[in-house]
Ligand binder design. Structure first.
Ligand code: GDP
Ligand code: MN
Length: 380
């Protein structure tokens, strides 16, 4: 679970990490009031579960309460980069002398934590890592030993001398926060030094391990504040296992194993899954119809693969469900249907008889994947 910046900053302050003063505002009027309270100048920052706000107009320095209201109104109305926006963070403007970067992530492949620090913050860290990796200090931290003084000295050693003491406290507090709150990522970009020498977290990115939410009830409660994806909600309400991905092929299967293998063969054929949905065992015609509706409502889907291996689920029922769905909604993309197992022949006959222009019936999984890649225009 990715926290909003203002939530991350609440955790920072609770851990003793200094941040600018700020107020969460849900209306333009609140943004204007907050700006007035900060002396008539502020930074209006959109709150979304994504980064890159500075470049995209989501972080705006304003010099009057009315200007803050205008920016807040724009963000609340238009959203940001496809995200629904219900709040902005309005912060005091501070005189920044230098921008650094620091982060700690759970490094699954190494089985430890990876902490990073660079004096060249405020920019895109991936670009810096690619172009000048030597500018970034990296230390692996054994979870059994914790963050030791030599780790921290290595990290802060890349900063100007007068920033190191405060940066040391920030790193130690970040590590404690990560451990105590079950975070898999804490990132501060930029960590700034003000003209008076103080070091503050100007931004906060915190990701909490979803599997640990049971023991972080106050963090779990924050979930209600995030906008719900309408497609995911639809699937959840229908009791379907739906996962959004970022490719172009929609995938429906029965049973987790079959769905996973379908993802693999589609990838092998050169396409990528846009999402997938497991209809489970014994799917009814209605379940099938709802599943197709859910998958097709994702605008990224250019073609759908329905891969059913009939066991308890009967292929004739699935075939009727697919046709029922296509009677309820208009499919704007082709549907590749592979039916095998219980009543497969009957299912295929129902599909053949219907001769629906959008349905492509295939006999095997590999054929389904190849056909999907071709139809999505991405064949390997
Ligand atoms: P991100 O682009 O989503 O990571 O948003 P950030 O919170 O990191 O803000 C982007 C940039 O806005 C920062 O790198 C700063 O350069 C700038 N910025 C944010 N707050 C202030 C501020 O109080 N004063 C000044 N001068 N710049 C700020
Ligand atoms: Mn940032």
């Amino acid at each position: 679970m990715d926290l909003y910046e203002h939530m991350g900053k609440d955790l920072f302050r609770a851990q003793g990490i200094a941040t600018p003063e700020g107020r969460v505002c849900f209306t333009p009027e609140e943004a204007a009031e907050a700006t007035a309270a900060f002396g008539g100048r502020s930074v209006v920052k959109v709150q979304v579960q994504a980064g890159g706000r500075g470049k995209g107009g989501g972080v705006v320095l304003v010099d009057a309460p009315e200007r803050a209201a205008d920016e807040a109104a724009r963000l609340l109305r238009d959203g940001f980069a496809g995200h629904v926006v219900d709040r902005v963070l309005v912060e005091e403007q501070l005189p920044i002398a230098r921008e650094f970067y620091t982060s700690i992530v759970l490094d699954r492949s190494a089985g430890d934590y990876l902490a990073l620090m660079t004096a060249e913050g405020g920019i895109d860290i991936e670009t810096l890592a690619r172009e000048r990796p030597e500018a970034i200090r990296r230390v692996h931290v054994d979870p059994m030993l914790g963050m030791r003084p030599y780790h921290v000295r290595t990290l802060v050693g890349t900063l100007p001398a007068d920033a190191r003491d405060e940066a040391t406290a920030v790193v130690l507090n970040l590590f404690d926060l990560l451990r105590e709150r079950d975070a898999t990522l804490v990132e501060v970009n930029p960590l700034v030094q003000l003209e008076d020498g103080r070091v503050l977290a100007l931004d906060a990115k915190v990701t909490i391990d979803d599997n640990a939410l049971v023991r972080q009830p106050d963090l779990a409660a924050l979930q209600d504040q995030f906008p719900i994806d309408p497609v995911e909600k639809r699937a959840k309400d229908a009791g379907l296992q739906y996962v959004k991905l970022d490719g172009e092929v929609g995938i429906i299967g029965n049973g987790a194993g079959l769905v996973m293998s379908t993802l693999d063969v589609v990838a092998q054929a050169g396409a990528r899954a846009a999402n997938f949905l497991d209809v489970g065992g014994g799917a009814s015609a209605d379940t099938m119809a709802t599943s197709l509706e859910v998958i097709l409502s994702d605008p990224a889907v250019r073609c759908v693969v329905v891969n059913i291996f009939g066991g308890i689920t009967r292929c004739d029922v699935v075939a009727k469900g697919v046709l029922e769905a296509l009677g309820r909604i208009e499919a704007s993309v082709p549907i590749v249907l592979r039916l095998d197992g219980t009543n497969a022949e009957e299912g295929r006959r129902i599909i053949a008889d219907a001769a629906h222009p959008r349905i492509v019936s295939v006999a095997t999984m590999d054929a389904a994947a190849a056909e999907a890649a071709r139809l999505a225009g991405v064949a390997a």
